[in-house]
Design a protein around this ligand. Structure first.
Ligand code: GRF
Length: 202
């Protein structure tokens, strides 16, 4: 089977991107690295990407008159690099139905809560404020909704009384770094099948 090309959309520090890219380089994930695209010129991930021999691009949303035009620019870069899978690794912008349609079933997101609980921004804080005892993270395919796409993998984390936003975020991130690469690995091995709302792992 031809190796899949994995590209990344990032907005920030890029720890999830780094974990996945390292596993591709080590061969633990049988794939090739594509490009890194950010909507934030200061994203740490843009600095890290060249260390992995990857092209990194700041596609500035301010330069485009519409969300669709911005996404068309990203789509062009992704296609130029023959991207099979797009990993949204801390990409803070909602992807429009246009973009989702172009990469349907080929965009994986990592979310810091057990979906469908606490979708959207500041999921760790939402969980703390709600007072749940268990939260976690979810690797899922992106669909047209906000964090509503078919779930690939989830991991649970206990919330203890002494937990703060920082300590909880650290615990969740540890699990993100475990399940996101696994979801990417399964995709690259052709083992994920979307059946309705569910993902079957073969
Ligand atoms: C992670 O918590 C991820 O779940 C969320 O954004 C954060 C990104 O962190 N979507 P990093 O940039 O991968 O370090």
């Amino acid at each position: 089977m031809k190796k899949k090309v994995v590209s990344f959309l990032v907005s920030g520090r890029g720890s999830n991107f780094t974990v996945v890219a390292k596993k591709i380089i080590s061969g633990e994930i049988d794939a090739r690295l594509g490009v890194v695209i950010s909507d934030n010129g200061k994203a740490k991930a843009l600095e890290i990407a060249p260390d992995f021999g990857m092209g990194s691009f700041f596609v500035d949303p301010a330069l485009y008159s519409s969300r669709k035009d911005h996404e068309i620019a990203m789509e062009k870069l992704l296609n130029e690099h023959r991207t099979d899978l797009v990993v949204a690794a801390g990409y803070m912008r909602i992807l429009s139905p246009y973009f989702v349609g172009k990469f349907r079933g080929r965009i994986i997101n990592i979310h810091p809560a057990l979906l469908p609980s606490f979708p959207g921004a500041e999921a760790q804080n939402q969980a703390l404020k709600y007072g749940v005892k268990i939260t976690g993270c979810t690797a899922h395919f992106i669909d047209e909704g906000t964090d509503t796409g078919p779930i690939i993998l989830q991991a649970a984390v206990h919330i203890h009384e002494e937990d703060t936003l920082t300590s909880l975020s650290v615990k969740i991130l540890r699990e993100e770094h475990r399940i996101l690469p696994l979801a990417v690995k399964y995709f690259c091995e052709g083992r994920l099948k979307i059946v309705g709302k569910s993902v079957v792992i073969k």
